[in-house]
Design a protein around this ligand. Sequence first.
Ligand code: GLN
Length: 195
Amino acid sequence: MRVAVVGVQGDVEEHVSITEKSLKSLGIDGEVLTVRKPGIVSKSDAVIIPGGESTTISKLIWKDGVAKEIIEIAESGCPVMGTCAGLIVISKYGDDQVRKTGTKLLELLDVRIKRNAFGRQRESFEATLNIEGIGEYDAIFIRAPVIEEAGNGVKVLAEFDGKIVAVREKNILGLSFHPELTGDVRIHQYFLTMV
Ligand code: GLN
């Protein structure tokens, strides 16, 4: 199995190493590649878009054709996971901040996203979630977005404080938090078994 981690900006190394660890723990023979140029995503079995700065990630993937490849492979059924800024990038609809910054979204996930939704007092925090299909999970939120509205085909996997923070729509997984910053491999295992 080949997993592509979009590596233009953000928590790239952390995603690569937890994905390698998860493959090993599942007994799956695979490789994890960091993507900065076109040509790799279209030959992959799963794609991860990490957290970081959505404005920057979006700009860089649209610039050189990586965005188009992600859209094509997602449409063919390949699993795509977006975490934090990655969730913003894969969403269909954004908020004022997304519009004002001219951030172009991939529109893979039928949700409306709100950036930096927990405000200044709660820039980063940990919370225990109950995630469908996974169970109790300690999640790390950093200037996290939330899902304000989700379409009919979108399954809500977890909420926090009455806000949607994890969803799945067929082969697309979106998380507000950072699964790569914990030692817990269950989110990546869940994602890899979607392949
Ligand atoms: N606030 C960031 C953004 O809007 C996301 C934060 C993160 O990925 N840790 O892009």
